[in-house]
Design a protein around this ligand. Structure first.
Ligand code: FAD
Length: 478
């Protein structure tokens, strides 16, 4: 049985392979012509994007990293199954360079990370920087397994974030950036305006809406040329003990042992605020400063991307929904009630009253507009902000989280054309996907050209991205 990191997805593929060479991949495609084929990275998605019930490929042996000095800079080709953490070490070792952006963790395979639009360090998503994607697929003219390299145009924009729909990604090529340092310091602000204003001095910052205290903790970050602080190692230990371990253990304790909404509210309003050292500036290399060990504790997450223009309204709605689900009977304002009623959302939201006490921090991260067709930050215009909601509840006790997450997603999608992360819990419907992704028809048509038999998909992808229920997807593929 195959199970994802979050423990919310498990399946039994009929055939499973870990090929070592491109020829082996082609042989597998040849052997399973007509079957549905899915590739997994490191199964760190909570959505059904990686589900593969028929033929499942794991490309963990495709983990080479090759760098080449060219006049424009250092070009890298990385094997699809290479974990981000290995890529970071190898890029540094071979050429003193690093990835253009990284997520919060480094466990993912590079192809898995780009295929869902993974982002994290205040820039574009990782998908945006991919310039060359090498794919194994069936030749649309002959039906034979072949290898194609995509380097430009709409096909590249589709392949940069495709949930695996175009074929088996074998490797990716991109321009690296020279290693750089990040200066970080932490502040607390009472209002969103103040938290956002501080972006001028720290463009790579991320911040947290502290539930129940409803103030903002900002992790200021900017790229600097100055050397690493002599005490950076101590800061790393502090971050590990306070955030990676301490906050998670405390929330687990409140979630699973001393449960009760007044205790968790006290923790957020008083204890957590005291544990954070504010105002100290520390400089460390980007690959240490921008990531954390967030994968140490199994959890589930939904992340909603909203445009900059609607961020204040979206955060205000999130606060109302969190309070309402947490049991505050007066949490929903009259304006919100009217808006939700107009869109037939009010009764579902009302049914969630008191059903879920939120225990984690709400992380808010900026993502610059991506040049892709369907990554969450895909846009020609303004940057967006990604709002993460996390639960550490045991897999069997997540009913409250799912009810909250579905309401949150429906409300945000309907009112703000928000986009839920493809790799996180994603309750999007086909109709919603069509409304919020203007380039979806172009993506669909490229998929149909490159994957004529429609085999590089699963039921969930067929349903949400192609508006094809299972039976009609089978029929149209045949
Ligand atoms: C603890 C934790 C922290 C996270 N932090 C962040 C974060 O900071 N920012 C963020 O944006 N996301 C984050 N994520 C989400 C994660 O980055 C994405 O879900 C990512 O897609 C997972 O990568 P993976 O290698 O595990 O891929 P999988 O989950 O295994 O697969 C993801 C998709 O990629 C496809 N795929 C994988 N490899 C190939 C291939 N070779 N060819 C074709 N298709 C392929 C799969 O079919 C699937 O559709 C986090 C997840 C966890 C568990």
């Amino acid at each position: 049985m195959v199970e994802n990191f979050g423990g919310n997805l498990s399946f039994h593929p009929a055939h499973q392979y870990s090929p070592r060479t491109e020829q082996e991949v082609l042989d597998i495609l040849s052997r399973h012509r007509g079957s549905r084929i899915k590739v997994i990275g490191r199964l760190h998605s909570w959505s059904e994007a990686a589900r593969g019930d028929e033929v499942l490929l794991d490309l963990r042996h495709f983990n080479q990293v090759q760098t080449e000095q060219r006049p424009e800079g250092v070009w890298a080709v990385v094997g699809a199954g290479c974990q981000i953490k290995l890529a970071l070490v190898e890029l540094d070792r071979q050429a003193g360079v690093t990835l253009p952006s990284v997520g919060l963790i480094t466990e993912q395979a590079i192809a898995g990370a780009i295929s869902t639009g993974t982002h994290g360090s205040g820039r574009h998503s990782m998908s945006h920087s991919m310039e060359e994607i090498r794919l194994a697929l069936y030749d649309p003219a002959t039906g034979e397994p072949v290898i194609r390299t995509i380097t430009e145009g709409p096909e590249l924009r589709a392949a940069r974030c495709s949930l695996g729909c175009l074929g088996v990604i074998l490797s990716v090529g991109f321009w690296t950036r020279p290693k750089y340092n990040i200066e970080e310091w932490i502040s607390r602000y009472p209002t969103l305006d103040e938290a956002l204003a501080s972006e001028v001095d720290s463009p790579l910052q991320q911040f947290y809406l502290m539930p129940w205290a409803w103030n903002y903790l900002v992790q200021h970050r900017k790229a600097v040329d100055t050397p690493r602080s002599s005490l950076a190692w101590l800061y790393r230990i502090y971050c590990f003990l306070t955030f990676d371990l301490g906050v998670h253990l405390a929330i687990l304790f409140f979630e699973r042992i001393l449960s009760g909404s007044s205790v968790i509210k006290f923790f957020h309003r008083h204890l957590l605020q005291l544990a954070v050292v504010r105002g100290r500036h520390v400089i460390d290399n980007s690959s240490d400063m921008l990531v954390m060990e967030h994968e140490m504790f199994r959890h589930i997450e939904i992340e909603i991307f909203v445009r900059r223009a609607v961020l204040p309204e979206a955060l205000s709605l999130a606060r109302e929904l969190l309070s309402h689900f947490g049991g505050d009977k007066n949490a929903l304002s009259e304006t919100t009630r009217t808006q939700l009623a107009e869109h037939d959302l009010l009764s579902a939201v009302e049914a969630g009253a008191g059903r879920f006490t939120y225990n984690f921090l709400v992380c808010v991260r900026k993502v610059l507009a991506d040049d892709t067709l369907i990554s969450m930050a895909s846009s020609d215009e303004e940057p967006c902000y990604a709002l993460s909601f996390i639960s550490l509840a045991k897999p069997a006790e997540r009913a409250g989280f799912f009810q909250f997450a579905k309401c949150l997603s429906d409300c945000m999608v309907t009112l703000f054309a928000a986009r839920p992360h493809w790799g996180k819990y994603n309750p999007l419907t086909a109709q919603q996907a069509a409304e919020i992704y203007p380039h979806l028809p172009e993506f669909q048509s490229i998929c149909k050209q490159l994957d004529l038999a429609q085999v590089f998909r699963n039921d969930w992808i067929n349903r949400v991205l192609f508006n094809q229920p299972e039976a009609s997807a089978r029929a149209s593929a045949e």
